[in-house]
Design a protein around this ligand. Structure first.
Ligand SMILES: C[S@@+](CC[C@H](N)C(=O)[O-])C[C@H]1O[C@@H](n2cnc3c(N)ncnc32)[C@H](O)[C@@H]1O
Length: 478
């Protein structure tokens, strides 16, 4: 079946379930009761339409008219949400097997999803399942080469931990999958990564299951980072504030409507992509849970190694010591470094000033800026590629390679890392025919390598901007 046909079937299925972007409850009710009368009505087109945004998430939803901030734009009835509970309800064998073992809620949903997918066209959810991506780029799907390409110790550690955790969850769930007599394909670690990545990147929060729910059509919204909004006013009562904060949440399950409801997070013009805030994430967290990063992420952070005696002066959580996306040191990092740079016998007398965020003296500020700047330079110097090399690699990989030969011509001799990529992907072996198209596996690996380079480049740029910031402050104070 062609992709367009699968999408059409899915939209018909979603319409029949009462998923709707129409503000009028009456039309929905009428349509549900007399489906033949409104055969041409689709669940979308009153507020939203499916569209493609090549540089902002691929498939997503666009506004078909001007939308006002706070407006209800999509409702997905509870009966259309795919959860562990709904998957087990019509599958006695699944629910019996799950009940015999103690799996976490996420493992349960992972097994239930794989079990459902294995039914193919026999599954009631089939039209929806055809809309899931066939692969993901979350950190747990990175192989050793792709993990090492992240270069920074913290990021490598996060990727290895994600892979290890996913492996452990898979291993401890195999007994249930054996009991369910899964075919080897659905029992494999690859299938498990696919299902857990689907859960990590596509489920929405529900109060009754910590694994969340799959929300058809609602999961077509791409991500925008949340901005700090002052939504509360002193004149509002607590009840007003609760109601307002609920309504201003982009997507929330509302008991009152027995539906997942989505609200416009801002004003949109007709044709704009309508975005959802899945939460506040750094780029590394986005990569870990969703398999993408943002070029301009206001919530991104760069951590640098700090001396242990500096950590011991910090009265805030240690993860508050970072460099902002724009290169500015965080409030806590500045405050603690100012105190740390003060002679020990004077620290007590200036602690109050330092913790309130004040400059202690011009001399102290210059010492702090010089130290921070040197620290950033040292981190950059010790990484195996420079900003320029990363930029060059990304620009080379932006090309559409048609054959193995083309990739070899571009990457061989470019950097040590690019040669290693060719080697680990078996492109340097004698038997490989240079004229063949790039194997799918290599394309997938290149996509993840690209993400890793992009991530580390963004990290390096934050340190680079921090050096510029420090230099500016030093010049101003000298
Ligand atoms: C809930 S889905 C959104 C819909 C998805 N594009 C689709 O076609 O099904 C989340 C996934 O969309 C992609 N995505 C969402 N927002 C993005 C963004 N701003 N930039 C790049 N990719 C994004 C990521 O692959 C993410 O894991």
């Amino acid at each position: 079946m062609e992709e367009a046909e699968k999408l059409e079937n899915f939209m018909e299925w979603a319409t029949a379930l009462g998923i709707s972007d129409s503000l009028s409850v009456n039309i929905d009710e009428d349509e549900r009761r007399n489906p033949n009368k409104h055969q041409t009505l689709s669940c979308l087109r009153q507020s939203l339409a499916i569209s493609y945004f090549p540089n902002a998430g691929g498939r997503g939803l666009c506004a078909v008219r001007d939308l006002q901030k706070g407006e209800l734009i999509l409702r997905v009835p509870k009966s259309a949400l795919m959860t562990s509970q709904t998957l087990m309800l019509n599958d006695h064998k699944l629910s019996m097997s799950i009940s015999k073992f103690s799996l976490s809620s996420t493992q349960t949903l992972t097994v239930a999803l794989l079990n459902e997918v294995s039914k193919g066209k026999r599954s009631w959810w089939y039209p929806y399942l055809t809309q899931f991506p066939s692969n993901y780029d979350i950190l747990a799907s990175f192989d050793q080469f792709e993990i090492q390409a992240l270069q920074l110790e913290d990021a490598i550690w996060a990727a290895e931990r994600a892979l290890e955790r996913t492996k452990m969850e898979w291993k401890s769930a195999t007994v249930v999958m054996e009991e369910l007599m899964f075919k080897p394909h659905y029992m494999s670690f690859k299938a498990w990564i696919w299902a857990s990545a689907s859960i990590s990147s596509r489920t929405m929060h529900i109060p009754w299951d910590s694994a969340g729910c799959f929300c058809p059509v609602g999961d077509f919204f791409n991500y925008a980072a949340p901005e700090d909004e002052q939504v509360f006013s002193e004149d509002l009562t607590a009840a007003d504030m609760a109601a307002k904060s609920l309504r201003l949440t982009d997507g929330v399950f509302e008991e009152e409507f027995a539906a997942y409801c989505f609200y416009a997070r801002t004003n949109y013009k007709k044709g704009d992509q309508v975005l959802l805030s899945y939460g506040t994430y750094t780029n590394l967290e986005l990569l870990e849970h969703y398999g993408f990063i943002l070029n301009n992420n206001p919530n991104d952070k760069a951590y640098i190694p700090l001396p242990s005696d500096l950590y011991s002066l910090c009265s805030w959580p240690l993860d508050s010591l970072y460099i902002h996306q724009n290169g500015k040191p965080s409030f806590a990092l500045l405050a603690v470094t100012r105190l740390w740079a003060t002679p020990t016998h004077l620290q007590k007398s200036v602690r109050y000033l330092a913790y309130s965020g004040s400059i202690l003296s011009n001399e102290n500020e210059i010492i702090v800026m010089e130290w921070l700047s040197k620290k950033c330079s040292l981190v950059l110097k010790n990484l195996s590629t420079s900003v320029e090399e990363d930029r060059l690699l990304l620009s080379v990989m932006d090309k559409d390679f048609e054959s193995v030969m083309e990739v070899k011509n571009e990457l061989l001799g470019l950097t040590g890392e690019s040669c290693a990529f060719l080697k680990v992907n078996g492109l340097l072996e004698g038997e490989i025919n240079d004229d063949i198209a790039l194997p799918r596996k290599t394309i997938r690996s290149m996509d993840k390598w690209k993400l890793a380079i992009w991530w580390r480049l963004k990290y390096k740029m934050m340190l680079h901007d921090c050096i510029l910031y420090c230099t500016r402050v030093i010049n101003d104070l000298s």
